[in-house]
Design a protein around this ligand. Sequence first.
Ligand code: 2U9
Length: 348
Amino acid sequence: MSLKKDLEVLRDQGLTQIKATEAMKDLNDIRVKLLGKKGPITNVLRGMKDLSPEERPKVGAFANEIRDTLTTAIEARKSTLEARALNKQLAAETIDVTLPGRQVHVGTSHILTQTMDDIEELFIGMGYQVVDGPEVEEDHYNFEMMNIPKNHPARDMQDTFYITNELLMRTHTSPVQARTLEKHDFSQGPLKMISPGRVFRRDTDDATHSHQFHQIEGLVVDKHITMADLKGTLEVLAKHVFGAERTIRLRPSYFPFTEPSVEVDVSCFACGGKGCAVCKYTGWIEVLGAGMVHPNVIKNAGIDPDVYGGFAFGLGPDRFAMLKYGIDDIREFYLNDIRFLHQFNTEG
Ligand code: 2U9
């Protein structure tokens, strides 16, 4: 029975080829070649019509058996090749969990931002609102409303970057307070605010002067505000920033927008008040200016100074940070040398 022989040869050759196949594509080609419509087995099955009725079922069964054998062998080889490919991929993608991680450098906010955020949070906790305003300001809000009329000698105290006759770079954050005071509705309660921000003065930069620096000004206006309210508030601020042991003292001073005006000293945080190089052997460090809001400033905002009054203060976060961290050059804040900034990285 030569057909049977042919089929056996086909089977043996097919099995050998399948076993030797290394690629999935080759395996598929072999499957098409052996078992496809134009393949030898289909051919044998087609030729069965010429066989005798006795032989036909035997050859048919044998051909089917061989087709099943080859199909099974192809499936088995396919599984082997797939497993091999998967193992290869897994080996290539192995992660060494014992490798040390790469160090991630986390940034931090600028030391001036940290200093200002800290003070802002303190005042928010005492019910103050934090108000922003324009850095390019009108002469009217920066000077006129602050009781500093044209030709007032105080204008010489603050050399100003003028943009036009009426527009300038604000020399303090007071205009933000003036704008807020002017709009405030006292039927809704007292005004309690701070205004942090950048200010500008025509100064030649050196270790202690910068043509741009920062201020945080505070303003409280209501009926019956006294100097005791001012002193208590500044004491809370001084203790918060420089330490719970600190005390403050007020010395008379002059500002056009407050009357009376004071300069505020804090007991030295370096020596506790005994006298050292930090406080120039006085036991005290000047940190703030303040006073009771001048009646003219209240009036300029459209409010009756016989009914309403308040206190105001101003501080320099640059100076605060320099004192607190022993920074001896204000320009460090604006050079943005990463080695300087990194010293104040609280994230590590
Ligand atoms: C309004 C009324 C009053 C703000 C004040 C000071 C005193 C003061 C300087 C200290 C050093 C700023 O950082 S510094 O340059 N400021 O001494 N500022 S009272 O008074 C105001 C503000 C707004 C409507």
